[in-house]
Design a protein around this ligand. Structure first.
Ligand code: GDP
Ligand code: IMO
Ligand code: MG
Length: 429
Protein backbone atom coordinates (compact mmCIF):
# COMPACT_ATOMS: atom_id res chain seq x y z
CA UNK A 1 0.00 0.00 0.00
CA UNK A 2 1.34 3.44 -0.90
CA UNK A 3 -0.37 6.80 -0.42
CA UNK A 4 1.82 9.41 -2.09
CA UNK A 5 1.24 13.13 -1.98
CA UNK A 6 2.70 15.18 -4.85
CA UNK A 7 2.77 18.92 -4.16
CA UNK A 8 4.47 21.98 -5.58
CA UNK A 9 7.21 23.43 -3.36
CA UNK A 10 7.38 26.92 -4.92
CA UNK A 11 4.78 29.11 -6.68
CA UNK A 12 3.42 26.49 -9.08
CA UNK A 13 4.36 25.00 -12.44
CA UNK A 14 7.22 22.98 -10.98
CA UNK A 15 6.39 19.93 -13.11
CA UNK A 16 3.77 18.19 -10.96
CA UNK A 17 2.06 16.84 -14.07
CA UNK A 18 5.21 15.13 -15.24
CA UNK A 19 5.91 13.68 -11.79
CA UNK A 20 2.37 12.33 -11.55
CA UNK A 21 2.61 10.87 -15.01
CA UNK A 22 5.75 8.94 -14.11
CA UNK A 23 4.25 7.55 -10.91
CA UNK A 24 0.76 7.23 -12.38
CA UNK A 25 1.54 4.01 -14.18
CA UNK A 26 2.42 2.40 -10.83
CA UNK A 27 -0.68 3.43 -8.88
CA UNK A 28 -4.35 2.48 -8.87
CA UNK A 29 -5.85 5.93 -8.22
CA UNK A 30 -4.71 9.49 -8.94
CA UNK A 31 -6.74 12.00 -6.93
CA UNK A 32 -6.79 15.75 -7.35
CA UNK A 33 -7.40 17.14 -3.85
CA UNK A 34 -7.57 20.92 -4.41
CA UNK A 35 -7.92 23.70 -6.94
CA UNK A 36 -9.87 23.70 -10.15
CA UNK A 37 -9.28 24.74 -13.72
CA UNK A 38 -6.80 27.37 -12.53
CA UNK A 39 -4.10 24.68 -12.78
CA UNK A 40 -2.15 23.73 -15.88
CA UNK A 41 -0.24 20.45 -15.70
CA UNK A 42 1.82 19.42 -18.71
CA UNK A 43 2.61 15.85 -19.63
CA UNK A 44 4.75 14.92 -22.60
CA UNK A 45 4.32 11.33 -23.73
CA UNK A 46 6.12 10.08 -26.81
CA UNK A 47 6.49 13.62 -28.17
CA UNK A 48 2.75 14.33 -27.65
CA UNK A 49 2.05 17.21 -25.29
CA UNK A 50 -1.06 17.27 -23.08
CA UNK A 51 -2.00 20.28 -20.96
CA UNK A 52 -4.44 19.35 -18.21
CA UNK A 53 -6.29 22.12 -16.43
CA UNK A 54 -8.95 20.53 -14.28
CA UNK A 55 -8.30 16.82 -14.57
CA UNK A 56 -5.41 15.19 -12.73
CA UNK A 57 -2.52 14.20 -15.00
CA UNK A 58 -3.23 10.63 -13.92
CA UNK A 59 -6.03 10.57 -16.50
CA UNK A 60 -3.30 9.77 -19.04
CA UNK A 61 -2.05 6.75 -17.11
CA UNK A 62 -3.34 3.53 -18.61
CA UNK A 63 -4.75 1.88 -15.52
CA UNK A 64 -5.08 4.48 -12.78
CA UNK A 65 -8.55 5.73 -11.91
CA UNK A 66 -8.49 9.54 -11.93
CA UNK A 67 -10.60 11.15 -9.18
CA UNK A 68 -11.64 14.72 -8.51
CA UNK A 69 -11.68 14.84 -4.71
CA UNK A 70 -14.01 16.66 -2.34
CA UNK A 71 -11.54 19.56 -2.08
CA UNK A 72 -11.72 20.44 -5.78
CA UNK A 73 -13.93 23.15 -7.30
CA UNK A 74 -15.33 21.99 -10.63
CA UNK A 75 -16.35 24.10 -13.59
CA UNK A 76 -18.62 21.63 -15.37
CA UNK A 77 -18.33 23.26 -18.77
CA UNK A 78 -14.52 23.16 -18.52
CA UNK A 79 -14.69 19.57 -17.25
CA UNK A 80 -16.61 18.23 -20.22
CA UNK A 81 -14.63 20.32 -22.71
CA UNK A 82 -11.44 18.83 -21.31
CA UNK A 83 -12.80 15.28 -21.42
CA UNK A 84 -14.00 15.75 -25.01
CA UNK A 85 -10.65 17.27 -26.03
CA UNK A 86 -8.73 14.34 -24.55
CA UNK A 87 -11.00 11.75 -26.09
CA UNK A 88 -10.69 13.43 -29.50
CA UNK A 89 -6.94 12.79 -29.15
CA UNK A 90 -7.47 9.13 -28.33
CA UNK A 91 -7.12 9.34 -24.54
CA UNK A 92 -9.61 7.48 -22.39
CA UNK A 93 -11.25 9.56 -19.67
CA UNK A 94 -14.07 7.11 -19.03
CA UNK A 95 -12.59 5.96 -15.71
CA UNK A 96 -12.88 9.46 -14.21
CA UNK A 97 -14.70 9.58 -10.89
CA UNK A 98 -15.89 12.62 -8.96
CA UNK A 99 -16.56 13.12 -5.26
CA UNK A 100 -20.21 13.91 -4.47
CA UNK A 101 -18.88 16.51 -2.02
CA UNK A 102 -16.80 18.54 -4.48
CA UNK A 103 -18.07 22.06 -5.06
CA UNK A 104 -19.03 23.42 -8.45
CA UNK A 105 -18.04 26.75 -9.96
CA UNK A 106 -21.09 28.76 -11.03
CA UNK A 107 -21.00 31.35 -13.81
CA UNK A 108 -21.50 34.04 -11.14
CA UNK A 109 -18.25 32.99 -9.46
CA UNK A 110 -16.35 33.72 -12.65
CA UNK A 111 -18.08 37.10 -13.02
CA UNK A 112 -17.21 37.97 -9.41
CA UNK A 113 -13.57 36.89 -9.81
CA UNK A 114 -13.14 39.25 -12.74
CA UNK A 115 -14.98 42.25 -11.31
CA UNK A 116 -13.20 41.91 -7.97
CA UNK A 117 -9.82 41.88 -9.68
CA UNK A 118 -10.74 44.93 -11.73
CA UNK A 119 -11.94 46.68 -8.58
CA UNK A 120 -8.61 45.99 -6.83
CA UNK A 121 -6.73 47.79 -9.62
CA UNK A 122 -3.04 47.96 -8.69
CA UNK A 123 -3.64 45.69 -5.72
CA UNK A 124 -5.01 42.88 -7.93
CA UNK A 125 -3.88 39.31 -7.15
CA UNK A 126 -3.49 38.45 -10.84
CA UNK A 127 -5.88 35.49 -10.54
CA UNK A 128 -6.54 33.16 -13.42
CA UNK A 129 -10.07 34.59 -13.64
CA UNK A 130 -11.63 31.13 -13.35
CA UNK A 131 -13.84 31.93 -10.36
CA UNK A 132 -11.74 29.87 -7.96
CA UNK A 133 -11.58 32.37 -5.07
CA UNK A 134 -15.32 33.18 -5.05
CA UNK A 135 -16.23 29.46 -5.22
CA UNK A 136 -14.05 28.61 -2.21
CA UNK A 137 -15.36 31.71 -0.41
CA UNK A 138 -18.91 30.37 -0.85
CA UNK A 139 -17.85 26.93 0.34
CA UNK A 140 -16.45 28.37 3.56
CA UNK A 141 -19.44 30.71 3.94
CA UNK A 142 -21.69 27.65 3.61
CA UNK A 143 -23.52 28.95 0.55
CA UNK A 144 -21.69 26.82 -2.02
CA UNK A 145 -23.23 24.31 -4.44
CA UNK A 146 -21.93 20.74 -4.30
CA UNK A 147 -21.93 18.10 -7.00
CA UNK A 148 -24.60 16.13 -5.13
CA UNK A 149 -26.94 19.17 -5.10
CA UNK A 150 -27.25 18.98 -8.87
CA UNK A 151 -29.25 15.76 -8.55
CA UNK A 152 -31.94 17.31 -6.36
CA UNK A 153 -33.59 20.06 -8.35
CA UNK A 154 -35.49 21.63 -5.49
CA UNK A 155 -32.42 21.79 -3.23
CA UNK A 156 -30.39 23.15 -6.13
CA UNK A 157 -32.96 25.89 -6.76
CA UNK A 158 -33.04 26.84 -3.08
CA UNK A 159 -29.26 27.01 -2.83
CA UNK A 160 -28.75 28.97 -6.03
CA UNK A 161 -31.52 31.40 -5.12
CA UNK A 162 -30.13 32.06 -1.67
CA UNK A 163 -26.56 32.45 -2.99
CA UNK A 164 -27.76 34.95 -5.58
CA UNK A 165 -29.87 36.94 -3.09
CA UNK A 166 -26.70 38.48 -1.72
CA UNK A 167 -24.55 38.28 -4.84
CA UNK A 168 -27.02 40.15 -7.00
CA UNK A 169 -27.02 43.02 -4.49
CA UNK A 170 -23.23 43.12 -4.71
CA UNK A 171 -23.13 42.82 -8.49
CA UNK A 172 -25.73 45.55 -9.05
CA UNK A 173 -24.95 47.98 -6.24
CA UNK A 174 -21.19 47.68 -5.97
CA UNK A 175 -20.01 46.64 -9.37
CA UNK A 176 -22.72 48.16 -11.56
CA UNK A 177 -23.44 44.83 -13.27
CA UNK A 178 -26.72 43.22 -14.23
CA UNK A 179 -28.42 40.88 -11.77
CA UNK A 180 -28.20 37.17 -12.62
CA UNK A 181 -31.42 35.15 -12.96
CA UNK A 182 -31.29 32.12 -10.60
CA UNK A 183 -33.31 30.04 -13.07
CA UNK A 184 -30.59 30.46 -15.69
CA UNK A 185 -28.04 29.09 -13.23
CA UNK A 186 -30.29 26.19 -12.23
CA UNK A 187 -30.76 25.30 -15.92
CA UNK A 188 -27.00 25.55 -16.49
CA UNK A 189 -26.28 23.01 -13.75
CA UNK A 190 -29.17 20.71 -14.67
CA UNK A 191 -27.96 20.56 -18.28
CA UNK A 192 -24.91 18.58 -17.03
CA UNK A 193 -26.73 16.29 -14.59
CA UNK A 194 -27.16 13.24 -16.83
CA UNK A 195 -23.58 13.22 -18.01
CA UNK A 196 -22.24 13.81 -14.53
CA UNK A 197 -24.31 11.26 -12.58
CA UNK A 198 -22.46 8.04 -13.53
CA UNK A 199 -19.11 9.57 -12.54
CA UNK A 200 -20.10 10.50 -9.00
CA UNK A 201 -18.87 8.34 -6.14
CA UNK A 202 -18.33 8.39 -2.39
CA UNK A 203 -14.68 9.12 -3.03
CA UNK A 204 -13.54 9.04 0.60
CA UNK A 205 -14.97 5.54 1.01
CA UNK A 206 -13.62 4.17 -2.27
CA UNK A 207 -10.12 5.55 -1.76
CA UNK A 208 -9.80 4.27 1.79
CA UNK A 209 -11.12 0.86 0.80
CA UNK A 210 -8.53 0.77 -1.97
CA UNK A 211 -5.79 1.49 0.58
CA UNK A 212 -7.23 -1.21 2.88
CA UNK A 213 -6.84 -3.66 0.01
CA UNK A 214 -3.17 -2.74 -0.37
CA UNK A 215 -3.69 -0.60 -3.49
CA UNK A 216 -1.71 2.54 -4.29
CA UNK A 217 -3.14 6.06 -4.32
CA UNK A 218 -1.41 9.23 -5.50
CA UNK A 219 -2.70 12.69 -4.60
CA UNK A 220 -1.75 15.25 -7.25
CA UNK A 221 -1.90 18.71 -5.73
CA UNK A 222 -2.73 21.71 -7.88
CA UNK A 223 -0.91 25.05 -7.32
CA UNK A 224 1.86 25.03 -4.69
CA UNK A 225 3.04 25.70 -1.15
CA UNK A 226 3.74 29.42 -1.63
CA UNK A 227 0.23 29.84 -3.08
CA UNK A 228 -1.37 28.10 -0.06
CA UNK A 229 -4.01 30.29 1.60
CA UNK A 230 -2.50 29.52 5.03
CA UNK A 231 1.19 28.97 4.31
CA UNK A 232 1.76 31.03 1.17
CA UNK A 233 2.45 34.69 0.47
CA UNK A 234 -1.00 35.82 1.59
CA UNK A 235 -2.95 37.59 0.09
CA UNK A 236 -1.11 36.77 -3.15
CA UNK A 237 -2.22 33.15 -3.01
CA UNK A 238 -4.93 30.88 -4.33
CA UNK A 239 -7.93 30.06 -2.14
CA UNK A 240 -7.18 26.43 -1.27
CA UNK A 241 -4.53 24.48 0.67
CA UNK A 242 -2.15 23.02 -1.92
CA UNK A 243 0.10 21.60 0.84
CA UNK A 244 0.26 17.97 1.92
CA UNK A 245 -2.16 18.52 4.82
CA UNK A 246 -4.60 19.98 2.31
CA UNK A 247 -4.23 16.87 0.19
CA UNK A 248 -5.52 14.80 3.13
CA UNK A 249 -8.48 17.13 3.68
CA UNK A 250 -9.24 17.34 -0.04
CA UNK A 251 -9.31 13.60 -0.59
CA UNK A 252 -10.55 12.20 2.72
CA UNK A 253 -7.37 10.20 3.24
CA UNK A 254 -6.09 10.58 6.81
CA UNK A 255 -2.54 11.78 7.52
CA UNK A 256 -1.55 8.48 9.15
CA UNK A 257 -1.97 6.73 5.81
CA UNK A 258 0.46 8.93 3.85
CA UNK A 259 3.60 6.98 2.95
CA UNK A 260 5.50 9.68 1.00
CA UNK A 261 5.23 13.43 0.66
CA UNK A 262 6.98 14.32 -2.59
CA UNK A 263 7.81 17.97 -3.18
CA UNK A 264 8.23 19.05 -6.78
CA UNK A 265 10.74 21.87 -7.13
CA UNK A 266 12.38 23.52 -10.12
CA UNK A 267 16.14 23.95 -10.25
CA UNK A 268 15.27 27.68 -10.37
CA UNK A 269 12.04 29.53 -9.48
CA UNK A 270 9.03 30.91 -11.35
CA UNK A 271 5.85 32.69 -10.41
CA UNK A 272 2.72 33.76 -12.34
CA UNK A 273 0.55 36.61 -11.07
CA UNK A 274 1.32 39.29 -8.51
CA UNK A 275 3.10 39.06 -5.15
CA UNK A 276 6.56 39.05 -3.60
CA UNK A 277 9.32 36.94 -5.15
CA UNK A 278 12.76 37.66 -3.62
CA UNK A 279 14.96 35.98 -6.24
CA UNK A 280 13.08 37.41 -9.24
CA UNK A 281 15.41 38.52 -12.04
CA UNK A 282 14.87 41.57 -14.20
CA UNK A 283 18.06 41.18 -16.25
CA UNK A 284 19.16 38.98 -19.15
CA UNK A 285 19.17 35.93 -16.87
CA UNK A 286 15.49 36.33 -16.14
CA UNK A 287 14.87 36.44 -19.86
CA UNK A 288 17.18 33.47 -20.36
CA UNK A 289 15.26 31.30 -17.87
CA UNK A 290 11.93 32.45 -19.33
CA UNK A 291 12.86 31.58 -22.91
CA UNK A 292 15.11 28.55 -22.38
CA UNK A 293 12.73 27.11 -19.78
CA UNK A 294 9.69 27.86 -21.97
CA UNK A 295 8.13 29.61 -18.98
CA UNK A 296 4.69 30.56 -20.25
CA UNK A 297 1.59 29.83 -18.16
CA UNK A 298 -0.40 26.85 -19.45
CA UNK A 299 -3.68 28.28 -18.27
CA UNK A 300 -3.60 31.96 -19.12
CA UNK A 301 -0.66 32.21 -21.53
CA UNK A 302 1.03 34.77 -19.27
CA UNK A 303 4.84 34.87 -19.20
CA UNK A 304 6.12 33.45 -15.91
CA UNK A 305 8.34 35.64 -13.76
CA UNK A 306 11.70 33.89 -13.30
CA UNK A 307 14.45 33.83 -10.68
CA UNK A 308 17.16 31.67 -9.10
CA UNK A 309 16.63 28.73 -6.73
CA UNK A 310 15.54 29.90 -3.32
CA UNK A 311 16.59 27.49 -0.59
CA UNK A 312 14.76 29.51 2.09
CA UNK A 313 11.54 28.69 0.22
CA UNK A 314 12.68 25.07 -0.21
CA UNK A 315 13.36 24.62 3.52
CA UNK A 316 10.06 26.26 4.38
CA UNK A 317 8.18 24.01 1.96
CA UNK A 318 9.98 20.92 3.28
CA UNK A 319 8.89 21.87 6.76
CA UNK A 320 5.23 22.72 6.21
CA UNK A 321 4.67 19.70 3.95
CA UNK A 322 6.81 17.21 5.87
CA UNK A 323 8.49 16.28 2.59
CA UNK A 324 10.08 12.84 2.52
CA UNK A 325 11.51 13.37 -0.99
CA UNK A 326 12.15 16.10 -3.53
CA UNK A 327 11.83 15.91 -7.30
CA UNK A 328 14.09 18.58 -8.82
CA UNK A 329 12.87 19.44 -12.32
CA UNK A 330 14.36 21.36 -15.24
CA UNK A 331 18.00 20.88 -14.29
CA UNK A 332 18.74 20.81 -18.04
CA UNK A 333 17.71 24.48 -18.36
CA UNK A 334 20.79 25.55 -16.34
CA UNK A 335 23.28 23.86 -18.69
CA UNK A 336 26.05 26.13 -19.96
CA UNK A 337 25.22 29.26 -17.98
CA UNK A 338 28.67 29.66 -16.37
CA UNK A 339 27.73 30.26 -12.75
CA UNK A 340 24.52 29.39 -10.89
CA UNK A 341 23.48 31.58 -7.97
CA UNK A 342 21.58 29.86 -5.13
CA UNK A 343 19.74 31.95 -2.56
CA UNK A 344 20.79 30.71 0.90
CA UNK A 345 19.24 33.40 3.14
CA UNK A 346 17.66 36.86 2.99
CA UNK A 347 18.84 40.26 3.99
CA UNK A 348 15.94 42.31 5.32
CA UNK A 349 16.96 45.91 5.93
CA UNK A 350 20.36 44.82 7.30
CA UNK A 351 19.16 41.75 9.27
CA UNK A 352 19.96 38.25 8.03
CA UNK A 353 17.06 35.78 7.86
CA UNK A 354 18.02 32.13 7.41
CA UNK A 355 14.37 31.09 7.54
CA UNK A 356 11.17 32.50 6.07
CA UNK A 357 10.27 35.82 7.74
CA UNK A 358 6.86 35.70 9.41
CA UNK A 359 6.10 39.31 8.64
CA UNK A 360 4.73 39.98 5.20
CA UNK A 361 6.48 43.36 5.12
CA UNK A 362 9.83 41.70 5.84
CA UNK A 363 9.27 39.20 3.04
CA UNK A 364 8.43 42.04 0.64
CA UNK A 365 11.78 43.66 1.51
CA UNK A 366 13.81 40.43 1.46
CA UNK A 367 16.96 40.69 -0.64
CA UNK A 368 18.50 37.34 -1.54
CA UNK A 369 21.93 36.43 -0.20
CA UNK A 370 23.53 34.26 -2.87
CA UNK A 371 26.29 31.74 -3.09
CA UNK A 372 27.33 30.57 -6.54
CA UNK A 373 28.31 27.26 -8.03
CA UNK A 374 29.90 26.57 -11.39
CA UNK A 375 27.54 25.24 -14.06
CA UNK A 376 28.32 22.34 -16.39
CA UNK A 377 28.51 22.59 -20.17
CA UNK A 378 27.66 19.03 -21.15
CA UNK A 379 24.20 18.16 -22.51
CA UNK A 380 22.48 16.28 -19.67
CA UNK A 381 19.16 15.52 -21.37
CA UNK A 382 20.26 11.94 -22.06
CA UNK A 383 21.49 11.17 -18.52
CA UNK A 384 19.48 8.48 -16.76
CA UNK A 385 21.49 7.95 -13.56
CA UNK A 386 22.95 10.35 -11.03
CA UNK A 387 26.45 9.06 -11.83
CA UNK A 388 26.03 9.91 -15.53
CA UNK A 389 25.54 13.59 -14.68
CA UNK A 390 28.63 15.81 -15.00
CA UNK A 391 30.41 16.31 -11.64
CA UNK A 392 29.30 19.96 -11.49
CA UNK A 393 25.64 18.99 -11.91
CA UNK A 394 26.06 16.40 -9.14
CA UNK A 395 27.68 19.07 -6.93
CA UNK A 396 24.82 21.48 -7.60
CA UNK A 397 22.24 18.84 -6.63
CA UNK A 398 24.21 17.84 -3.54
CA UNK A 399 24.30 21.46 -2.44
CA UNK A 400 20.56 21.89 -3.06
CA UNK A 401 19.94 18.79 -0.98
CA UNK A 402 22.06 20.14 1.91
CA UNK A 403 20.24 23.47 1.81
CA UNK A 404 16.69 22.26 1.23
CA UNK A 405 16.08 20.05 4.24
CA UNK A 406 15.08 16.96 2.26
CA UNK A 407 16.70 14.27 0.16
CA UNK A 408 16.50 14.56 -3.62
CA UNK A 409 14.97 11.40 -5.05
CA UNK A 410 14.18 12.41 -8.64
CA UNK A 411 15.81 14.75 -11.14
CA UNK A 412 14.22 15.99 -14.37
CA UNK A 413 16.55 16.49 -17.32
CA UNK A 414 13.90 17.22 -19.96
CA UNK A 415 10.12 17.38 -20.36
CA UNK A 416 9.70 13.79 -21.61
CA UNK A 417 8.42 10.98 -19.39
CA UNK A 418 11.72 9.11 -19.76
CA UNK A 419 13.91 12.18 -19.11
CA UNK A 420 14.05 11.46 -15.41
CA UNK A 421 16.75 10.21 -13.04
CA UNK A 422 15.35 8.07 -10.23
CA UNK A 423 17.60 8.01 -7.16
CA UNK A 424 15.04 6.63 -4.68
CA UNK A 425 11.72 5.22 -5.88
CA UNK A 426 8.93 6.42 -3.59
CA UNK A 427 6.92 3.32 -4.48
CA UNK A 428 9.54 1.29 -2.66
CA UNK A 429 9.93 3.60 0.35
P1 GDP B 1 2.82 21.82 -13.17
O1 GDP B 1 1.75 22.85 -13.13
O2 GDP B 1 3.57 21.73 -11.88
O3 GDP B 1 2.33 20.46 -13.62
O4 GDP B 1 3.88 22.30 -14.26
P2 GDP B 1 3.57 22.90 -15.73
O5 GDP B 1 3.18 21.81 -16.61
O6 GDP B 1 2.68 24.09 -15.61
O7 GDP B 1 5.00 23.49 -16.11
C1 GDP B 1 6.14 22.68 -16.11
C2 GDP B 1 6.76 22.74 -17.50
O8 GDP B 1 8.06 22.21 -17.45
C3 GDP B 1 6.03 21.91 -18.55
O9 GDP B 1 6.14 22.55 -19.78
C4 GDP B 1 6.77 20.58 -18.54
O10 GDP B 1 6.68 19.89 -19.78
C5 GDP B 1 8.18 21.08 -18.33
N1 GDP B 1 9.08 20.15 -17.62
C6 GDP B 1 8.82 19.34 -16.56
N2 GDP B 1 9.95 18.74 -16.13
C7 GDP B 1 10.95 19.19 -16.95
C8 GDP B 1 12.36 18.97 -16.98
O11 GDP B 1 12.94 18.24 -16.18
N3 GDP B 1 13.06 19.64 -17.96
C9 GDP B 1 12.46 20.47 -18.86
N4 GDP B 1 13.21 21.09 -19.77
N5 GDP B 1 11.14 20.70 -18.84
C10 GDP B 1 10.39 20.08 -17.88
P1 IMO C 1 -0.38 24.76 -11.27
O1 IMO C 1 -1.20 23.66 -10.65
C1 IMO C 1 0.92 28.92 -11.08
C2 IMO C 1 -1.83 31.76 -9.18
C3 IMO C 1 -2.44 32.82 -10.07
C4 IMO C 1 -2.58 33.95 -9.05
C5 IMO C 1 -2.98 33.21 -7.78
C6 IMO C 1 -4.48 33.18 -7.50
O2 IMO C 1 -0.30 24.70 -12.75
O3 IMO C 1 0.95 24.89 -10.60
P2 IMO C 1 -6.52 31.86 -8.59
O4 IMO C 1 -7.07 31.88 -9.98
O5 IMO C 1 -6.11 30.51 -8.12
O6 IMO C 1 -7.42 32.55 -7.60
O7 IMO C 1 -5.20 32.78 -8.67
O8 IMO C 1 -2.50 31.88 -7.94
N1 IMO C 1 -2.03 30.38 -9.65
C7 IMO C 1 -1.07 29.62 -10.21
N2 IMO C 1 0.20 29.92 -10.55
N3 IMO C 1 0.46 27.67 -11.28
C8 IMO C 1 -0.82 27.34 -10.91
O9 IMO C 1 -1.27 26.09 -10.96
C9 IMO C 1 -1.65 28.35 -10.39
N4 IMO C 1 -2.94 28.38 -9.98
C10 IMO C 1 -3.16 29.62 -9.51
O10 IMO C 1 -1.59 33.18 -11.13
O11 IMO C 1 -1.33 34.55 -8.82
MG1 MG D 1 1.14 24.53 -14.18
Amino acid sequence: MAAIVVVGAQWGDEGKGKATDILGCQVDYVVKPNGGNNAGHTVVVGGEKYELKLLPAGVLSENAVPVLGNGVVINLEALFDEIDGLEARGANASRLRISANAHVVAPYHQVLDRVQERFLGKRAIGTTGRGIGPTYADKVSRVGIRVQDIFDESILRQKVTSALDVKNQILVKMYNRKAIDPEQIVDYFLSYADRLRPMVIEAELELNRALDEGKHVLMEGGQATMLDVDHGTYPFVTSSNPTSGGACVGSGIGPTRITSSLGIIKAYTTRVGAGPFPTELFDKWGEFLQTTGGEVGVNTGRKRRCGWYDSVVARYASRVNGFTDLFVTKLDVLTGIGEIPICVAYDVDGTRFDEMPTSQSDFHHAEPIYETMPAWDEDITGCRTFEELPQRAQDYLNRLEELSGCRISYVGVGPGRDQTIVINDVMES
